[in-house]
Design a protein around this ligand. Structure first.
Ligand code: C2E
Ligand code: MG
Ligand code: MG
Ligand code: MG
Length: 290
């Protein structure tokens, strides 16, 4: 038997296809159950101002704490969540957690900016901006306290519709950022028209930039491109002190990476905040060398 839907409308049974759709169904019901049981954990990775070393905020990254399988990273379920439409629930869940934390910290006098990742499908979701507005308002926040990260490839999937959603979110006051920049194929014509404030250089260029001359050149010219367009430029994937100082020398505005802090649960992030010190010693030798 073959798995073809014939012109007659008769569907021929195919065990392989049947099994995969069974698996999809059970994964989807697991995701729904995970949402009910609050198994999606908010992890935060610090985002720092490069000239000063001060903490600017943090990016929200989801982790699924599965009762049997332990921690599951986003790359293992976000693509599936996107194909089913479950992603909307997940995006709203993350926004809710971030808004709640942001409001709580504001009451304690800690003003940090948090970023939330949107996926391709979120950009086509006409109801998402309204849902975000309701969450932000309920927590007494202004949208400007939050940043939404959209990958370059998600935007280029359907640039016209992406532009529409992004225009709405920007008009509401959310800060917008282009994530994983350099890995998609964005035309500069689109980039110029988008209401974004920030450009994040993909970590694949940043991680090896101290050893790889080409990567270093790509990072340097991306920083210049971003600045020429009036954008803040952030480097993700800063894994060493050497890269931290290279980026500073190149005039990069902000950095994020394992060198400063890995993604961590909220309590640990708050401890990290207390003990973070910018690498000062090297700072002085750097100045002396110039
Ligand atoms: P992203 O938004 O580009 O996030 C940065 C990823 O790079 C994170 O992986 C982070 O852990 C990793 N990273 C940060 N610094 C370093 C470093 O110095 N070295 C290395 N090797 N890696 C570093 P993570 O947490 O596994 O997330 C992967 C992707 O999954 C994210 O990429 C984002 O696209 C997506 N994602 C994560 N959380 C969410 C979410 O809540 N919603 C949506 N829609 N997507 C999410
Ligand atoms: Mg991101
Ligand atoms: Mg990224
Ligand atoms: Mg990524």
């Amino acid at each position: 038997y073959t798995a073809k839907r014939k012109g007659s409308g008769v569907v021929v049974y195919d065990p392989a296809i049947d099994r995969s759709s069974q698996e999809s169904l059970s994964l989807l019901s697991e995701l729904r159950r995970a949402l009910e049981r609050d198994e999606f954990m908010l992890y935060l990775q610090p985002k720092l101002d490069l000239p000063s070393g001060e903490v600017f905020g943090a990016e929200a990254l989801v982790r699924w704490l599965h009762p049997d399988k332990g921690f599951i990273g986003p790359d293992n379920f976000i693509p599936f969540a996107e194909t089913t439409g479950f992603i909307r629930m997940l995006t709203i869940c993350m926004m809710e957690k971030v808004a709640s934390l942001s409001a709580q910290l504001q009451r304690q006098g800690i003003a940090l900016k948090f970023s939330v990742n949107l996926s391709t499908r979120d950009l086509l979701d006409q109801e998402l901006p309204g849902a975000f507005a309701a969450i932000v308002e309920r927590h007494g926040l202004t949208p400007a306290a939050l940043c939404l990260e959209i990958t370059e490839s998600a935007i280029m999937d359907d640039p016209a519709r992406a532009q529409n959603t992004l225009d709405r979110l920007a008009a509401m006051g959310f800060a917008l950022s282009i994530d994983d920049f350099g890995t998609g194929y964005s035309s500069l014509a689109y980039l110029k028209r988008l209401p974004v404030r920030e450009l994040k250089i993909d970590k694949s260029f940043v991680m090896k930039m101290a050893q790889d001359q080409d990567d270093a050149k790509i990072v340097r010219s991306t920083i210049d491109l971003g600045h020429n367009l009036g954008l803040r430029v952030v480097a993700e994937g800063v894994e060493s002190e050497e890269v931290w100082f290279l980026l500073r020398q190149m005039g990069c505005d902000q950095g994020q990476g394992y060198f400063m802090g890995k993604p961590m649960p909220v309590e640990r992030f708050l401890e990290w905040l207390q003990q973070w010190r910018a690498p000062e010693a090297l700072d002085q030798s750097e100045n002396m060398a110039v």
